[in-house]
Design a protein around this ligand. Structure first.
Ligand code: PRP
Ligand code: URA
Ligand code: MG
Length: 222
């Protein structure tokens, strides 16, 4: 059974990546403190690709009929909305490549938010969005949802730009109950795709059992 069933029942917009042997191997690899940086990046990239694919499946599609080389009709679908990816810099930039590999020439906005190391409160430093972002669906990208402060500050920026709350999908690798409660309580219409929901936060507001500092491990600044 999925972990935290009561949390998932409370927030139907939260979807956890379906677990299987492969997904569990990848999470064991990236959570292991002995894993080399090269393998950490490679295995994180694989999981992030799965998460981005799961998020893209939530976007609106319309029916599309094509003719096959057999001269027969096939009824499939085509994507019918404009999209923008918005990573919360810096750790969120690790997710940009997976999105760009799947949707070529996808628009990318940027929000630079750093968590104050003493208070764990988010500090918004910079943001730049496509001019027509209000008419787009947004994949908000950040691998870590701890207190939820950074993701909520990023959503406020998007709403200030006129993005509709139900046009935002937050794509996230590791979350925890505190972060989901804060984020989904504040923005109940935003869909969340997360890789795994961990147990809790420690006194420094790090996710437990967690992964440590994702950005430091991914970019080699630890
Ligand atoms: C990390 C992470 C999130 C945030 C999560 O970024 O990538 O943005 O902390 O914590 P919260 O939910 O309590 O806000 P950090 O500010 O450490 O910067 P980094 O991207 O440079 O690692
Ligand atoms: N940021 C991280 O990288 N890891 C955590 O556990 C919390 C915030
Ligand atoms: Mg960090």
């Amino acid at each position: 059974m999925a972990k935290h069933p009561e949390l998932l029942a409370k927030y139907p917009n939260v979807e956890v990546l379906p677990s299987n042997g492969q997904v569990r191997c990848l999470f064991a690899s990236i959570r292991n403190s002995e894993t080399s940086r090269r393998k950490f990046v490679f295995d994180s990239d694989r999981l992030i690709t799965m998460l981005v694919e799961a998020a893209l499946a939530k976007l609106p599609y319309k029916e599309r009929t094509v003719k096959t080389p057999m001269g027969l009709e096939y009824v499939g679908a085509e994507f019918c909305s404009k999209l923008v990816g918005v990573p919360i810099v810096r750790a969120g930039e690790s997710m940009e490549k997976a999105l760009s590999n799947i949707i070529q020439e996808v628009r990318i906005g940027k929000i630079l938010i750093q968590r104050d190391e003493e208070t764990a409160l988010p500090v918004l430093i910079y943001e730049k969005m496509p001019r027509d972002i209000a008419n787009r669906h947004v994949l908000l990208l950040d691998p870590m949802l701890a207190t939820g402060g950074s993701a909520m500050a990023a959503v406020k920026v998007l709403l200030d730009h006129g993005v509709k709350e139900d046009h935002i999908i937050f794509v996230n690798l590791i979350s925890c109950p505190e972060g989901i409660d804060a984020f989904c309580g504040a923005f109940p219409q935003i869909r969340v795709v997360t890789g795994e929901i961990d147990d809790c936060l420690d006194e420094r507001k790090y996710i437990c059992p967690g992964i440590g500092d994702f950005g430091d491990r991914y970019f080699g600044t630890d």
